[in-house]
Design a binder for this molecule. Structure first.
Ligand code: MTE
Ligand code: MO
Length: 427
């Protein structure tokens, strides 16, 4: 077989396997989970051993809570406090309190502020009371605007922020909500984010609500992830999802006052669509097909496909094509959702959880579409063999509007989306 045939065979077998998997989903879902978690096929069914192995080694789709990468500020970091100290400062479920009050500088008119002063702050029991009828769950990738890869992919559960906001009986002069968490009672350490009140009150473009989150992957939010309660904003970069939440400020301020704005960040930027590799062989033999795997983030404009391109290192590229739009990109294969949700849901009833998660079917517990919006997906490709030499492998996403990474919003401070480069040596 030529390397081209290999790709074709792999892809067609993969598609068949995927189709079989989708057909089998209802009745034989349990059976599928006995198989390789990414391929949905028995090991013998793929044509290229190294590609098969690379796919088997892809990270789990859901990140166990303790394996998220951490972006926490504070001296000391709030999650590093002892259990007693956390209890003292309101960072346990037993002692947590949330104030929902008017901003003194730009007051909103509230009938019933939830203030500590009036002993009306919301406690965890009060939040759980709301959760009985209001709680929602949705999958979301947590990504830092300034870091080149997602911090983790999870299923986040919480009470819509609007349901807490309405408890204050707001009347007028309410244009934005800003919020912050425990910061060692030191103004200098405060990390704050904000949203237009409209985003809190109304879910547009099919987005899940902004939530006060208390569970991740079916388990209580850990101190490191921002427990007992953090904000999660589905379409936003991580800096909008404030951890160790203590204050919601209802304000008539007309503009964003996020801490992240101070460092030249574009605080109105929604998640971008972009990708990178997970496994690329550094050295391969001449003529041998090159297996590549990676992840992709479906941002606010969705994810249509991933492409790769291998260029000779010595090749000069025209200055007027900085995003390599004219390069001979070739399509990679987006992998279907895993047959096995893995370690992250091991300790919960994953079927019950997923059937009541937005984006998943309430009858099968499987994703209703793939890739899931604002989630991660994985991909694989088998690049045809190459003559000996030094090469650069690049990968890029095409979003659902047809824009190729790093477009449509290529600027660094609206979120990392640079095209990744990896060296390959062919000998
Ligand atoms: N209170 C507080 N919340 C915070 C932060 C912080 O430093 N303090 N960091 C933010 C940033 S910049 C990111 S990217 C996310 C990261 O979430 P994670 O640590 O759960 O992965 O948390 C956000 N929430
Ligand atoms: Mo961040």
């Amino acid at each position: 077989m030529t390397s081209r045939d290999h790709v074709q065979t792999f892809l067609s077998e993969h598609r068949q396997a995927t189709r079989r998997h989708f057909l089998a989903m209802g009745a034989a879902g349990a059976l599928a989970s006995q198989r390789l978690s990414w391929l949905h096929v028995d090991a013998a069914e793929t044509s290229n051993d190294t590609l098969r192995q690379a796919i088997e080694e892809i990270e789990p789709w859901l990140t166990p809570q303790e394996e998220f990468r951490d972006v926490s500020r504070g001296k000391p970091k709030p999650h590093s406090l002892s259990p007693e100290q956390r209890a003292d400062v309101g960072l346990t479920r037993e002692t947590w309190k949330l104030e929902v009050i008017s901003d003194k500088e730009h007051p909103a008119t509230l009938g019933k502020p939830l203030s500590r002063e009036a002993d009306k702050a919301l406690d965890f029991a009060g939040l759980m009371e709301l959760a009985k009828t209001k709680s929602v769950r949705f999958p979301k990738v947590m990504t830092c605007l300034n870091i080149g890869c997602p911090l983790g992919m999870g299923i986040w559960e919480g009470v819509p922020m609007r349901d807490v906001l309405w408890l204050t009986q707001p009347q007028e002069n309410l244009r934005r909500v800003f919020y912050y968490g425990f910061h060692n009672d030191d103004e200098q350490q405060m990390f704050r984010s904000s949203l237009p009140v409209g985003r809190v009150l109304e879910d547009v473009r099919g987005l899940p609500p902004v939530i006060l989150c208390y569970k991740l992957n079916g388990q209580w939010l850990t101190p490191e992830r921002g427990g007992p309660v953090r904000v999660v904003v589905p379409e936003a970069y991580g800096f909008k999802s404030i951890k160790w939440l203590s204050h919601l400020m209802l304000s008539n301020i007309s503009h964003a006052n996020d801490t992240y704005a101070e460092k030249n960040n574009d605080v109105d930027s929604d998640l971008k669509t972009f990708c990178a590799t997970l496994a690329v062989p550094r050295k391969v033999s001449a003529g041998e097909p090159i297996p590549v795997t990676g992840w992709a983030q479906a941002g606010i404009s969705g994810l249509k496909k991933v492409q790769i391109w291998v260029q000779q290192r010595s090749e000069k590229w025209p200055d007027d094509d900085p995003y390599f739009q004219q390069a001979p990109w070739r399509d990679a294969e987006l992998l279907p959702f895993p047959a096995d949700w893995g370690e992250a849901l091991e300790e919960v009833d994953s079927q019950a959880l997923l059937r009541t998660t937005q984006g998943f079917s309430s009858s099968t517990g499987q994703p209703s579409q793939w890739p899931l919006p604002l989630g991660k997906a994985h991909w694989a490709a088998l690049h045809p063999g190459l003559p000996a030499g030094e090469y650069i492998l690049r990968c890029r996403t095409i979003d659902a509007n047809g824009a190729a990474q790093p477009l449509p919003r290529p600027f660094r401070k609206s979120g990392h989306a640079a095209i990744e480069m990896t060296r390959i040596q062919v000998t």
